[in-house]
Design a protein around this ligand. Structure first.
Ligand SMILES: [Zn+2]
Length: 168
């Protein structure tokens, strides 16, 4: 009788530890994560960045739980992306309107980042739209969802994959 109890306690302890040093869900949960439609507002601000916005949003398609597809419908989509010319002091910002509608806005300071960092920010903001908050800082090197600085890897990393897998 004692051994199973010990095993359960160790399992509980390990799962508590892994939660403490890992991804953080933000509570935004798509109803249909394998058919997530993203829309890019196309104008003179976004035109130089269209290819990167599409390609790096789709980096999340390497995860089996997700399917992101571009749509040109301005009224029917799950994620709307905007590149804007006004400055708010932010580099970029993801906003929640409902579980199935989010926006990702990219401000002028985003344009001034290096190419790799700019791409990393795209993946990061889409990560928010898919349900991930900033990861625990101890896990920064394994996550695109680090709050500060960059890994130089513009695609989902192990912590991000574990987080999405736990949400969906
Ligand atoms: Zn963020």
């Amino acid at each position: 009788m004692k051994k199973p109890l010990l095993f359960i306690m160790i399992t509980l302890l390990l799962s508590t530890l892994s939660v403490s040093f890992a991804y953080v869900p933000n509570g935004w949960v798509l109803t249909y994560p394998t058919s997530c439609w993203f829309y890019i507002s196309e104008d003179t601000n976004s035109s130089p960045y269209l290819n990167d916005l599409i390609y790096y949003t789709k980096q999340w398609n390497s995860l089996p739980e997700l399917g992101l597809y571009q749509t040109y419908s301005p009224s029917d989509h799950n994620i709307a992306m905007y590149v804007v010319s006004y400055d708010t002091g932010n580099c970029a910002l993801a906003q929640h309107y409902s579980d199935d509608y989010h926006t990702a806005t990219f401000y002028p300071s985003w344009k001034n980042l290096s190419l790799t960092n700019r791409r990393e920010v795209i993946v990061h903001e889409i990560g928010h739209c898919l349900g991930l908050a900033h990861t625990q800082s101890s896990n920064n090197s394994n996550s695109i969802m680090r709050q500060f600085n960059f890994n130089g890897k513009p695609y989902p990393l192990s912590d991000d994959k574990a987080g999405i897998s736990s949400i969906y």
